[in-house]
Design a protein around this ligand. Structure first.
Ligand SMILES: *Cc1c(COP(=O)(O)O)cnc(C)c1O
Length: 418
């Protein structure tokens, strides 16, 4: 049993230096939101910002806002705001397009760098994990099919396989830093080093890392990275994503989505494409300005603290949830999927349960919003900017109550179908 009581959790909140940041968010009453890793909460500032943008910048200033309101520079300006959260330099990140599309650009550019090198031109394998988020795998498949040059995927089933999977045939290693299902956190520096020793390039997907765990892209000498702004960064539903290209690779970053926003002189309207110098060559076309403005509201809260503080609280929250569930639900078939080791754990906790789907539905009905992931996984995301220790206590207590009373509806039809 954990020695902590609900009162202890309230005391932890009172002593928490991040506690005031919860005020930045509009959260529903009577809901414990443990799904910020899927869709982050709404920053209060975003409502006013949207109103200002729509009524003034769009409504009154119209086309002059591209310059006057800084719309044109938004992808790179926001990229610079995001850079410190992921260990990137200024001028190395743009906020633009979706994670899937940014992956397309990064994979295509990386394969081309390899294909044009003298030593690695014949490498044809992309290594990734079978448990990677599907779109990452699908985007790689799409590029390989379209290139039609004999590229193939090698799907590994555990991180230990990387050591043998990456070899002389590997062009590219593409990994999601924190696994969306298990919460496993890769050792970015060690894996990147191994990748480079074997002559391959490495793309990191930071969808479940940016704003959740400390990331040092440059220190790890990573090659490329992409990530999501609507999860831990609270940029709003469908918010534009980001792509990181370190300075050392920017000149060679030639992706095939060569739209006019990546042109050296976009307003010269030249009949042929010349890529601009710098990170803006990762752009394609006109950006969704209203959505970009929402990303800025999400990033603003991060300016009030540090990733180090966020990570400390994240580990404390996830430690607490693991301890409480394991103590209180020990007599139920609940098993921890997420690594116990801090160095290997993201900012979520996943538990397997034979009736995970039904239990998650019951939790949602009782106001505890986590989510279900195939197969049999209950997934809970902890967002240190607005999740309280007392929320962790209450969520574990409600889970225990549901399991003790078997207060969930097993949908037999659903089980028969899947
Ligand atoms: C959430 C997530 C995505 C989302 O991609 P979209 O293009 O925004 O749909 C991609 N990859 C990973 C690993 C994710 O977790």
């Amino acid at each position: 049993m954990t020695a902590l009581s609900r009162e202890d959790c309230i005391a932890l909140d009172q002593a928490d230096p991040l506690a005031p940041l919860r005020e930045d968010f509009s959260l529903p009453q009577n809901m414990i939101y443990l799904d910020g890793n899927s869709l982050g909460a709404q920053p209060k500032a975003s409502l006013l910002r949207a109103q200002q943008l729509i009524t003034q910048e769009w409504g009154q200033d119209l086309i002059t806002s591209w310059n006057k309101a800084g719309w044109f520079e938004m992808p790179s300006r926001l990229g610079n705001l995001l850079a410190p959260l992921i260990g990137a330099e200024q001028g190395e990140v743009v906020v633009t397009d979706s994670t899937s599309i940014n992956l397309f650009k990064a994979i295509a550019a990386a394969l081309q760098i390899q294909a044009q090198s003298t030593d690695h031109a014949n490498r044809r394998v992309i290594v990734t994990e079978r448990s990677n988020f599907p779109t990452d795998i699908y985007m790689a498949e799409g590029i390989m099919r379209w290139l039609d040059r004999g590229y193939r995927l090698q799907l590994i089933d555990s991180p230990e396989e990387l050591e043998t999977a990456i070899n002389d045939d590997t062009a590219l290693v593409m990994l999601t830093h924190v696994n969306y299902r298990s919460g496993y956190l890769h050792d970015m520096e060690a894996v990147t080093k191994l990748t480079h020793q074997r002559g391959a390039l490495c793309i990191w997907d930071l969808a479940h890392s940016a704003g959740a765990v400390e990331v040092q892209l440059n220190q790890a000498q990573a090659d490329f990275a992409v990530g999501c702004c609507y999860k831990y960064l609270n940029g709003g539903p469908g918010a534009p994503a980001f792509v990181w290209v370190p300075r050392r690779h920017q000149e060679q970053f030639n992706h095939p989505l060569s739209g006019w926003w990546g042109h050296a002189a976009p307003f010269a309207m030249a009949p042929s494409f010349t890529a601009t110098v710098g990170i803006r060559r990762a752009l394609c076309g006109t950006q969704p300005i209203v959505s970009l403005a929402m990303v800025e509201c999400g990033l603003a809260t991060f300016g009030k603290t540090s990733m180090n503080n966020i990570r400390k609280k994240s580990l404390a929250l996830t430690d607490l949830f693991i301890a409480l569930v394991e103590a209180q639900c020990a007599h139920h078939p609940v098993s921890l999927v997420t690594p116990r080791e801090h160095q290997r754990r993201g900012s979520q906790v996943s538990f397997a349960h034979p009736h995970a789907y039904a239990v998650v539905q019951a939790l949602i009905e009782r106001g505890v919003v986590g989510d279900y992931r195939e197969p049999s996984i209950m997934r809970f995301g902890f967002t240190p900017l607005y999740t309280r220790f007392v929320d962790v206590w209450d969520a574990a207590e409600i889970l225990r109550d549901i399991l003790d009373r078997q207060d969930y509806q097993i949908d037999l039809k659903r089980n028969a179908v899947t």
